[in-house]
Every structure is written in structure tokens, then in C-alpha cells.
Design a protein around this ligand. Structure first.
Ligand code: TK8
Length: 337
């Protein structure tokens, strides 16, 4: 009685998809990896995605082929995240802010004015708490590899230069689909509307919205200067990007394959952060050349905006929990020294 049952079970196991994909720890197979991102090819995101693909090819003797898809051609951040979870796409890079609906802990990076320098952000994101937040993705079907730099966000609009808190009044502002961003700009008095990045240029062009906020790099690479007049230097929040992998797919890889992807993601991260900072340093002058009218905000006004944003910060605390929030604050303070 026992024997046939065992035989059936063994046969079933051999035929199951799990058994079929089992690989040796050091094996590297021929695989195609679809890597999606939202910005243009000619952007900091695009350049780093290309470097990632090259590094993976080099380290795997061309067996692992990364095909990059820019300009949201595989979908918005949200759509790609779902595709990764379902296993229909292997990899992507996108904003941590668009992951909050999946992993609420990601909202900790949305805290307005959390970091005051990029180096401070690196230390916290690459440190233990950055990893801890990233690891939370796994229970939702995603594997986080590394954080890349999107950068400090600044405001553009067509209504008026933002010099004081009151200037936000009535400005229809696109924000990322994220509750903290939505609340923050509502608190400022703007008419904040969530919209995927992939729809942003058209929304600005057709005047469906008056303004948006993104780092200098993106304002430049996405040609927002063609459809936006005023640029206000607010640096209101540092935005990370995060490189993620479909867990369903990742779990079928050998140890060596996983290592190749991880090492290439790190190399691309280091390249991308340097590239982003160099570009950001000259972007402001370029945007001025392109005809944007640029203004800074008086520190006293920035302080008023910070105070106005306090309830949004409380929302972050309520979302991620006091403990994680405090831990991030403590590591940020340590890194600021
Ligand atoms: C690109 C987005 C973008 C982000 C946004 O897909 O949505 O404004 O800053 O970088 O992730």
C-alpha cells in the first residue's frame, strides 16, 4: 500500500514546477531579465540601468541578459510593482514613495526634511535600518536590492513663484500616489492631486495640473522646463529610488546568480549616486538657461512650511510606528555628525 503512494508522490514532486526550477548554488543559466523604470533613457535612472545591464552581462559571461525598458514602457511604478509580485516582470527601479501601499514602513522615507545632505541619506539607507525597511518587502513578494538616489525634491509650477507659504494657495499640484505627499501639500494650501509619473508631462502640458515636485535632474531629463515656468528651490524631502526584484523569480535563482545581480546593483548604485550629484550640481544653471525663473525660499519661510507640515510627519509616525520612526531619526542624527 505504501509503495505506490510514495512512487506517486515522488513522481509528482519531480514534475512540480518547484522541482523543475531547482538549480545548483553555483549554476548560472541563460535568463532574460526585464528591468523597467519610469524616466527617459537619457536620465540618471536610464544611465544607471544601462550600466547595471552591462555589469550583469560581464559577470555572467552574457548568460544573464538584462533588457532595460525606460519611460514607463512596462507601466507606471505601481503597475510594475504588481507585475513583479505576480512574476510577470523580473526587475525594476522606482520610487520608495510608490511602494507605501504595499509596505507601509517605506513611508518613513517620505518624512519631510528628514535628511539635510545626500551623504547623510546614504549612511542611513545603506545602514541597518535601511536594510530593515527593505527586508519588509519580502513578505509582499518583492526583494529589495539597493537604494539609488532620486534626490532632493523641488517645486515647479506655472502660477507664481513660491516665496511664502501663502503662495501655494490654489495651485493644482501633482503629487506621487502617496498619502504623506498628498497630505503635506494639502496642508500647504495647494490643491494636491495624485498622479502616476508616466502621466505627468501630459498633465502639465495640457494644464490639467499647474505644477509638480521632483529633483532638478528629473525636471531636466523629463523636459519639464518646456511646460513649467517657475522653479522654487525647496529641497523639501530626499527621495530614494529602490531596485526591486520579483521574489517569485528570485527564489528560483542560484546563489551565484543572486550574487551577480546584487553586486551589479551595488556598482550601478555607486555610479548612479555620483552621476546624479554631478548632474544636480549643474542642472540649476541649465534650467535657468532653458528659461525657468528660479527662486530660493527665505529660511524663516521654510521654517513656517516645516511647522505647517507637522501633521504630515505625525501621519508618518502613525503609519510606520514610533519605534521605527525614532530609529531612523537617531541614525539620521548620528550620520549628520
Ligand atoms: C519615476 C518616478 C519618479 C518620482 C515621481 O517612475 O513619481 O515623481 O520622483 O522618479 O519614480
Amino acid at each position: 500500500m505504501k509503495r505506490p503512494l510514495l512512487a506517486i508522490l515522488t513522481a509528482a514532486m519531480l514534475c512540480s514546477p518547484l522541482a523543475a526550477v531547482s538549480v545548483h548554488a553555483d549554476e548560472v543559466r541563460s535568463r532574460m531579465i526585464r528591468f523597467g523604470y519610469g524616466l527617459n533613457e537619457n536620465s540618471n535612472q536610464g544611465r544607471a540601468a544601462k550600466l547595471f545591464a552591462e555589469e550583469v552581462a560581464k559577470a555572467s559571461d552574457g548568460k544573464l541578459k538584462v533588457r532595460t525598458f525606460g519611460a514607463a514602457s512596462l507601466g507606471s511604478d505601481d503597475q510594475m510593482q504588481s507585475a513583479l509580485i505576480g512574476g510577470a516582470q523580473e526587475m525594476m527601479v522606482g520610487s520608495t514613495a510608490t511602494l507605501v501601499g504595499i509596505t507601509k514602513e517605506m513611508a518613513v522615507w517620505d518624512t519631510p526634511f528628514l535628511f539635510s545632505s545626500a551623504e547623510q541619506a546614504d549612511a542611513v539607507l545603506d545602514g541597518p535600518v535601511g536594510r530593515q525597511v527593505m527586508d519588509k518587502l519580502e513578505e509582499k513578494g518583492l526583494v529589495g536590492l539597493v537604494y539609488w538616489e532620486n534626490g532632493f525634491r523641488n517645486l515647479t509650477n506655472n502660477t507664481r513663484p513660491i516665496t511664502r507659504l501663502e503662495d501655494f494657495s490654489g495651485v493644482k499640484l501633482r503629487v506621487m500616489p502617496n498619502p504623506v505627499f498628498l497630505d503635506t501639500f494639502k496642508l500647504m494650501g495647494a490643491n494636491a492631486v495624485p498622479l502616476p509619473f508616466s502621466e505627468l508631462f501630459t498633465a502639465l502640458e495640457t494644464k490639467a495640473v499647474d505644477g509638480q515636485e521632483n529633483p532638478f535632474n528629473t525636471i531636466l531629463s523629463s523636459k519639464f522646463y518646456e511646460v513649467q515656468k517657475y522653479l522654487t528651490v525647496t529641497n523639501h524631502v530626499y527621495s530614494p529610488w529602490i531596485v526591486t526584484v520579483s521574489k517569485r523569480w528570485w527564489d528560483g535563482l542560484s546563489q551565484t546568480e543572486q550574487n551577480i545581480l546584487m553586486e551589479a546593483a551595488k556598482k550601478a548604485r555607486d555610479f548612479e549616486r555620483q552621476d546624479t550629484r554631478e548632474e544636480a550640481a549643474r542642472a540649476l544653471a541649465e534650467l535657468k538657461d532653458k528659461g525657468m525663473q528660479i527662486n530660493e525660499v527665505d529660511p524663516a519661510e521654510v521654517q513656517r512650511m516645516r511647522e505647517q507640515a507637522a501633521p504630515a510627519i505625525q501621519k508618518v509616525v502613525d503609519t510606520v510606528g514610533q519605534q521605527l520612526f525614532d530609529q531612523v531619526q537617531a541614525e539620521a542624527e548620528k550620520a549628520a555628525l
